[in-house]
Design a protein around this ligand. Structure first.
Ligand code: R5P
Length: 277
């Protein structure tokens, strides 16, 4: 692997434990103003110090993230369909490698739609993006997207999609957690990270999901809604991070969440007293 590519990948999957916490905030590219991501800057800013990397589009990067903040960026470069359109799998590469380089990104990300009507186009796009990424030393994250068919998320389908992504040269694959997730990880020769998916009923459910994925061999998370749709996003990302980087148990992570949540509650705003001078 080229030095530059290896160096960029190390910003995302930390070499000291081969794991990473990626904060996903790219949802607007097909969902528009997703709940609690209506004003991206407000959602992203408090979470930035706690994420290893940030996954988003160039539009939100340029408008909502301070260029002076040293967070590694995973740039979503595919799109072309919306949640109200005909077919979510009809995506193409929408951002040039030149723009990605100008934005100093650490990785490029795109979705593949295995088994969907535009399977062929998305896989050929992945091959082309890897070619370009390899040329400039930028790794590619392949997202195994299921569109609206969330029921597709089983080990048989996800191991097929992840393996195909790796065969096309993706350096990192994002998929969903499922029963028998070990099979997905075992048969994919590059690191696999998990999306959180739609917000689960409780934070505890999301922490269990994270723990089970890590136990089964995931290299980390690329999590969005289960962090920033929580009423306590900072305690939540810190609890997720404790599982990913400190091997915390679900109970330990839940304790982190509850402790930080209670500190948040008791922290009173500082009101400056008006003294006569
Ligand atoms: C979906 O295609 C987007 O790329 C999201 O980044 C991904 O689903 C992860 O976010 P969440 O944890 O909210 O599912």
């Amino acid at each position: 692997m080229d030095w530059g590519l290896k160096n960029r990948l190390a910003r995302i999957i930390k070499p000291y434990d081969n794991r990473g916490v990626m904060l996903a905030v790219d949802h607007g590219y097909f969902l528009g103003p997703t709940e609690r991501l209506e004003e991206p800057k407000k959602t992203i800013s408090p979470l930035l110090p706690h994420a290893d990397s940030l996954m988003l589009t160039r539009g939100v990067l340029r408008t909502s993230v301070d260029a002076g903040y040293p967070i590694p960026v995973v740039l979503r470069v595919s799109g072309g369909s919306s949640i109200i359109g005909k077919d979510l799998s009809n995506e193409k590469i929408t951002t040039s490698i030149k723009d990605a380089i100008k934005l100093n990104v650490s990785a490029l990300a795109m979705s593949i739609f295995v088994g969907a009507p535009y399977e062929h186009e998305s896989l050929v796009s992945l091959g082309k993006l890897v070619n370009e990424g390899e040329e400039y030393g930028i790794p590619v994250l392949a997202v195994t997207a299921v569109g609206k068919e969330l029921e597709k998320r089983d080990a048989r389908y996800l191991s097929l999609a992840c393996r195909i992504a790796a065969e096309f040269g993706a350096h990192l694959v994002k998929t969903y957690y499922c029963d028998n997730f070990e099979k997905v990880v075992r048969s994919c020769p590059v690191p696999v990270i998990i999306a959180g998916g739609p917000k689960l009923a409780t934070e505890l459910d999301a922490l269990k999901l994270t723990f089970d994925a890590i136990q089964a061999g995931a290299a980390g998370v690329d999590m969005g809604r289960n962090i920033w749709q929580s009423d306590h996003p900072v305690p939540m990302i810190k609890a997720v991070k404790a599982i990913v980087h400190q091997n915390a148990t679900v109970k330990e992570a839940q304790d982190v969440f509850n402790r930080l949540k209670s500190i948040e509650k008791t922290a009173k705003p500082v009101i400056k007293s008006k003294t006569k001078s």
